[in-house]
Write a protein that binds this ligand. Sequence first.
Ligand code: NI
Length: 204
Amino acid sequence: MVQLAFLGFGVGQALFCRLYSTHYAMTVREILRMGDPRLLRTAQPVTEYDSDALHLLVSDLWDTMRAANGAGLAAPQIGEDWQLVVFGGTGRNPRYPDRPEVPATVLINPVITPLGDAQEEDWEGCLSVPGLRGLVPRPARIRYTGFDQYGDPIDRSVEGFHARVVQHECDHLWGRLYPTRMRDLTRLGFVDVMFPELAGLDDD
Ligand code: NI
């Protein structure tokens, strides 16, 4: 069954807000939009962990993601050419109580491996493609590995919405936006046309 799951939704109320904001001033960066060639690059691997520059970038990504009510954000989306994404930690959305929570995660130098052949289709939005939604097929279960900002390893096997968010965000590191993953572009459209009940919600 196709389930509506919008990457754009989120209510920022997680612990990271307090943890990071005590050290760095709130900084909301400009989010690049589709058509900007910087969104098409293959990002550079991060080589130094636990540096001031890295912590500042992570802080900016969280601030920018939360200000835009996003479910995730990749460094290239704010013009930073590094293999770094943040996602999750937005809690349960009262409008979509069935959508599972995704833990607040900083993921650096990720590697994604599909687990099995099963694919799922679901609706995605993107802060770099504002106002649009598309039906995107992706592997239903994945293992992802990488590191957090301190260099500690991450190794998770996930499915469903969590797997979709990770794949969507990491695609930004390979220069891919979700429309390039679609098989049927007739399922790409404006959210206020396709889902008028969501019109007026600032969710992109
Ligand atoms: Ni995106």
